[in-house]
Design a protein around this ligand. Structure first.
Ligand code: AMP
Ligand code: MG
Length: 403
């Protein structure tokens, strides 16, 4: 097949336009919602904290009673109540008095400042205060953290521990999230055997199945792995059908190029697929094929492990994250500067695995070839080198896609 290589951005747009179902929503306990995608906009229903409170152990007083107080001329106040966290004040602080108060306790009416206990003689019935205070000193205002009505998160946000903690602070114990996306993973190739079984000569272990499943899990998705990926048309069609029945999308690896045993295009044709593109202008992994089968996306990646990993990030990830309900499905891109030369010219657009620290972009020491996966260990980005680039010198500014 003569390939027309689609620019990457066009391929992504085409995928996002073609597949945009709104996932179903479900309510789950907060504690099970980490990495899930919020199905709702959430705003603060109540002020947090819910009352003015003390941030430290000390004395709640009236600042006007402390005017001119110093170690040599302390203010002397009557202590009329003790307020611990979780209690309510017994009454207001009158002129000439104060309240012993502990961290987290409500500020009593009448008091307008809290003096830390280290600036007093720790008096129980009467206290000597050695400092003056501006009004409002050491008072955490009600709503200081979040005012009622403030947006907390929007629909399509991937929930982090911080989101969940804030929702808990609002009194919520459940949250509405999109049903998780289940992605079928089909690793094809007669040479593949499953890890954990003996390795006959001429065979290799299937690493793509595990890599992609793990990456999908990291993105909050489920993976259903189909092991029957022999290079035989009827096996491939049966495996694809089984996955399409159970999953919202399917990713395959291998058998998508132009070799005699590259049967994925034929398998898709046999299933009546609509082919969206076959070939994207990026290396490695340019033979990638995208199709729609019964309205579901099937993305066929190269079998070379790094090619599969790289095209997964730039093509599959945006599509799958959109299907999972993410409001911003594109991987983040940032600028950086190469710490060392990249010695190859790039006649076509090229993705190179690398590590970004601050703005420094360094290359792993292992093999850069697309069949090698080990150099990906420790990498956190892909350098996106534009077509027509010469070898890159150290200190060249580059754009990277974060993994
Ligand atoms: P293909 O895309 O089928 O032409 O395969 C390209 C290369 O990737 C070949 O060397 C395959 O043996 C290798 N390969 C294919 N699938 C996998 C896999 N699941 N795990 C590891 N290597 C693979
Ligand atoms: Mg193959």
């Amino acid at each position: 097949m003569a390939h027309t290589y689609l620019p990457l951005e066009e391929a992504v747009s085409l995928l996002l336009e073609q597949f945009s179902p709104i996932p179903a929503a479900e309510e789950v306990p907060l504690i099970q919602a980490l990495n899930r995608v919020s199905a709702d906009d959430v705003t603060a229903a109540v002020d947090h904290p819910p009352f003015d409170r003390s941030p430290l152990d000390g004395y709640a007083a009236r600042s006007e009673d402390l005017e001119g107080a110093s170690p040599s001329s302390p203010a002397v106040l009557e202590v009329t109540q003790r307020i611990y966290a979780g209690q309510v004040p017994a009454g207001p602080v009158q002129p000439g008095t104060c309240a012993r108060i502990m961290t987290g306790a409500p500020i009593p009416p009448g008091a307008d400042c809290v003096i830390r206990q280290e600036d007093t003689d720790y008096g129980e019935e009467q206290v000597h205060i050695f400092v003056s205070s501006a009004p409002h000193r050491n008072i955490c205002d009600r709503g200081e953290d979040l005012r009622k009505g403030t947006p907390i998160l929007s629909r399509g946000t991937v929930l982090t521990p911080a989101h969940l903690g804030v929702l808990a602070g609002q009194g919520m114990d459940r949250v509405s999230v999109f049903a998780p996306l289940t992605v079928g993973v089909l690793a094809t190739g007669d040479e593949l055997v499953s890890p954990g079984t003996p390795l006959p000569s001429g065979k290799i272990y299937n690493s793509n199945g595990t890599y992609l499943s793990a990456r999908l899990n990291q993105l909050g998705m489920y993976a259903t792995v189909e092991d029957r990926g022999a290079d035989r048309l009827e096996v491939l069609t049966a495996s694809l059908e089984a996955l399409l029945d159970r999953c919202g999308a399917v990713i395959s690896t291998g058998g998508v190029s132009v070799g005699e045993k590259d049967l994925m295009p034929a398998a898709l044709e046999a299933l009546g697929a609509q082919i969206l593109f076959h070939g994207v202008a990026v290396k490695p992994g340019s033979p990638v094929l995208a199709a729609s089968v019964r309205g579901k996306p099937v993305l066929c990646l190269s079998g070379n492990p790094f090619a599969a990993a790289a095209t997964f990030e730039v093509l599959a990830r945006p599509l799958l994250c959109r299907l999972a309900g993410w409001k911003d499905p594109m991987p983040r891109r940032v600028g950086g500067v190469l710490t060392e030369p990249f010695p190859k010219a790039s006649p076509g657009r090229r993705l190179v695995r690398a590590r970004l620290e601050g703005s420094a972009v360094s290359l792993p020491s292992g093999e850069h070839v697309s069949g090698a996966l080990s150099a990906l260990i420790g990498c956190n980005c892909l350098i996106d080198i534009p077509a027509g680039s010469p070898p890159l010198a150290a200190h060249t500014p580059v754009e990277v896609v974060l993994l």
